[in-house]
Design a protein around this ligand. Structure first.
Ligand SMILES: [Fe+2]
Length: 165
């Protein structure tokens, strides 16, 4: 397939989808009391705290403002920002539950592990559908609405960002 200006952001989405699979797997394994799940979970949390934060920053600080000049801040952009916020809130809840599970007594661990799995599954659904909307609606819209020069300038700015500021 021909390269598109926002492929950089699409590729971050592919990475995120892989991490979501790992989260799903880890949260099921936790319920089965498999120790290896903790390693996978740490990896996923590391991804959320690192690469995903940078990716959201690329969108919130660079892509969305450029696109907002053309389509306004309401509608799709406001919806995507809401979903970003909702993801962080749900992730906080997951962190709390996971911390609870780490110190849980054997008689309550099963119930907490189930909650961890349910919250994880909510996060997986949320981020998968969010990525689908950006890939199928928002990115093609941006590539259509912004002129090639603006797109080049924008991608150069995205490439220059190493970490959130
Ligand atoms: Fe995204």
């Amino acid at each position: 397939m021909a390269e598109k200006p926002l492929d950089l952001l699409r590729s971050a989405h592919r990475t995120a989808l892989g991490e979501l699979e790992l989260l799903e797997k880890a949260s099921v394994a936790l319920k089965r009391n498999e120790d290896a799940a903790w390693i996978d979970l740490d990896k996923v949390f590391g991804f959320f705290d690192g690469e995903l934060k940078v990716h959201f920053h690329h969108e919130e600080a660079i892509l969305f403002p450029y696109l907002a000049r053309v389509i306004g801040r309401e509608g799709p952009i406001a919806a995507m920002l809401d979903e970003h916020q909702s993801l962080w809130r749900t992730l906080d809840v997951l962190h709390e539950k996971v911390d609870e599970l780490k110190v849980a007594q054997p008689d309550s661990a099963g119930k907490i592990a189930l909650a961890v799995q349910q919250i994880s599954s909510h996060i997986v659904g949320l981020l998968r559908s969010h990525i689908q909307k950006e890939d199928n609606i928002l990115f093609p819209l941006a590539e259509e609405a912004l002129d090639p020069e603006t797109l080049r300038e924008m991608v150069a700015r995205i490439n220059a960002v190493e970490a959130p500021v």
